[in-house]
Design a protein around this ligand. Structure first.
Ligand code: CP
Ligand code: NVA
Length: 305
């Protein structure tokens, strides 16, 4: 493992090893006994977009592990504008032991990794959000340890979060259904890859338009914002996505013990109601908190000895 750019770069065994390490690191942390796995190591964090969870959880993860992190805001670097992506990667590689980046174009992530001599971690791109997906599966495993055969229903936009989630579910044998409006489905290449991985692990993968059909008998309902960072047409989307709101009526169609997940930030009252986000099925804050532990596993594996 030399970078963490996309779920699809990893085998089932590699993902399972990361999840196991995350559990070990969480146990250590909860016992108040963080070991300095990354003493003296540093991480540069490039952000082209805003962040709460990714920024704070990576920074705290480095501190807990005995290292240090440097936040570089959207105004500072001008990735690909003030300076080429390749030159940023080459320069930072002389200062730090790893780079975490949140970018618009996934190609920039690949370019950073190609030209950096230190590991690069994807903290979200327009195409995918693999750190989120790892933390999400980690959360599901805490609550439903037998992953194989669970059914996750994603309701909403076939976006970066849905993409990484599909790929990790398909890889690990979790049935995945997505209900998205016409024109907002997963990218065709992503769906094709998901189908192939799902077939290998015996998982179902369904692409639908009807949310009620997608969540029937679901163990987990997952949603995300209708308009992602960098997308302009939020008014039009609000109208198109209205039938895709995760509310009490939709929950009633899933299993009685269904878990509700959201990567956050949420646009409450749009893709999810307060009653559901704050209700007894919601695990959204456990999910957010687990970003810390899942990312510690990624950092320890990539930057550790
Ligand atoms: N879920 C997530 O990545 O949150 P932030 O955008 O706040 O980092
Ligand atoms: N799909 C959202 C996820 C934010 C964490 C976005 O890209 O804005």
């Amino acid at each position: 493992m030399s970078n963490f750019l996309a779920i699809d770069d990893f085998s089932r065994a590699e993902l399972e090893a990361l999840l196991e390490l995350a559990a070990e690191l969480k146990r250590e942390h909860m016992a108040g006994a963080n070991r300095p796995w990354l003493r003296g190591k540093t991480l540069a964090m490039i952000f082209q977009k805003p962040s709460l969870r990714t920024r704070v959880s990576f920074e705290m993860a480095m501190r807990h592990l005995g290292g240090d992190a440097l936040y570089l805001s959207p105004h500072e670097i001008g990735l690909g504008k003030r300076e080429s992506v390749a030159d940023v990667a080459r320069v930072l590689s002389g200062y730090v032991n790893g780079i975490m980046a949140r970018v618009f174009a996934y190609e920039h992530m690949r370019e950073l990794a190609e030209h950096a001599s230190v590991p690069v971690i994807n903290g979200l791109s327009d195409l995918n959000h693999p750190c989120q997906a790892l933390a999400d599966i980690f959360t599901i495993m805490e609550l439903r340890p037998q992953l194989q055969g669970l059914k996750l229903a994603f309701v909403g936009d076939g976006n970066n979060v849905a993409t990484s989630l599909l790929l990790i579910c398909a890889r690990l044998g979790v049935h995945f259904s997505i209900a998205a409006p016409e024109g907002y489905e997963l990218e065709a290449a992503v769906a094709a890859r998901g189908s192939k991985l799902a077939a290998e692990t015996g998982a179902d993968f369904l692409q639908l338009h009807d949310p009620a059909e997608a969540v029937a008998q679901a163990d987990i309902i997952y949603t995300d914002v209708w308009t992602s960072m960098g997308q302009e047409e939020s008014e039009q989307r609000r109208h198109i996505f209205q039938p895709y709101q995760v509310n009490r009526a939709l929950l009633a169609r899933a299993r009685p013990d269904v878990l509700v997940m959201h990567d956050l930030p949420a646009h409450r009252g749009e893709e999810i109601t307060d009653a559901v986000a704050d209700g007894p099925h919601s695990v959204i804050f456990q999910q957010a908190h687990n970003r810390l532990h899942a990312q510690k596993a990624i950092l320890a594996r990539l930057l550790g000895e």
